[in-house]
Design a binder for this molecule. Sequence first.
Ligand code: AMP
Ligand code: ZN
Length: 466
Amino acid sequence: MAIRFLNTYTRALEEFRPLDPAGKTVKIYTCGPTVYNYAHIGNFRAYLFEDLLQRHLEASGYQVNRVMNLTDVDDKTIRGCRAAGLPLAQFTQKFKDAFFEDLKTLRIKPATTFPAATDPVYIARMIGMIGHLVEHGYAYQAEDKSVYFRLNKFPDYGKLAHLNLEELRPTGRIANDEYEKESVGDFALWKAWDEADGDVAWESPWGKGRPGWHIECSAMATGLLGDEIDIHCGGVDNIFPHHEAEIAQAECCTGHKFVRTWLHCAHLMVEGQKMSKSAGNFFTLRDLLQKGWSGREIRYVLLSVNYRLPLNFTFESLAAARSALGRIDEWIARLAEKAGSGQNASAHPLADPTRFAEALGDDLNISGALGVLFEMIRETNRALDRGELTPADARALLNTWEKINATLQFQREEEAISQAVLDLVEARAAARAAKNWAESDALRAKIDAAGWSVKDSKEGQKLSRK
Ligand code: AMP
Ligand code: ZN
């Protein structure tokens, strides 16, 4: 089935074809978190759209090799570790751990590799790339000892963001703090050490310093995925200057086109403003968990609007997610009851997953895909009400749901039933065997109070979460 993406670079809807001549593997690079704090749910909107992308490609038969970097050295991490009085590595570790925990809570599939910028292998690669750029005239060391990329050597700069390069070169006085550069738009590849960096520094041919943020990504992307990558993602705020800079550095080093398809998600907004740490209008995942919302509810909210459209975050949308997921849960429970233990599946037309996949194949049109799913739920419920579905039809629908859920990850997790509840169930079975109905009812009330409903069937008691 065809997959089309709206490529930020060309602004065109293009049919996706992997670089892999066998047409099997897809190489994806996704800009990851700067680990100086807990990621906020705006960041997770970006990571969730990338998760949807990966899962849809996998559901379509591709094998995905995805890299997500961890920016564990930059101005913010250095400021943070100095304020905390901790070595940089110790300071960032806490936020790396939290990030991996949050990915699990949101059911985001881990990338194949999570390289960290401070890994000596990548620092060496960054220095190597900068050396190459200097040698070939694409970069220069300025008076302040930092190394800058010479923008006018790369005429394609600005093409991703559709900017006119001339507009980036102001003709008036250059601001004071930019005086060392040849041109105001030139960006740093290597930042010479200064006192604010404390003990964070690496040796290089240009003296003590640290890499710029942009070169980190070019080095890790080409190092792990090769000169050419199928898809590169991030939020729209990454387009300029970060991704423009990534392209300039990578292409001037390798001589190849760096990325085929660029995908960028629009922002998560709060009252008309981008959710961001600096604006102070953010929620971390932890904030929302503490308020009683679950990972899957937050996943639903952040995924349910097409990635190219801004998404306004509200608590009403969380409540709506809770009720939408409740409908899915009830539907699955109904189908499971109807299907029983039979494994035979019919070829019922309602169980056709094609339209769901087609919607996602259209630039990850999740609203379309959810529309298909909820129509399936509505139609199935009606058919069940009319007694029109056989156990084999219900099994076919459950099988389809399994496929859909492999991409959406919306299914309620089977909760382990606590031993205390199991003991109550056992005691109730004994009470019923002894025809002690009063005791049986009292035990049912206790099970109920513990958050479970119990149903009596021919096979015995059946528990479900209330
Ligand atoms: P950062 O840690 O700021 O480098 O951001 C990590 C990722 O989150 C990047 O891909 C950003 O583009 C993305 N991002 C940051 N804020 C938002 C937001 N409010 N909505 C969507 N994506 C965001
Ligand atoms: Zn990046």
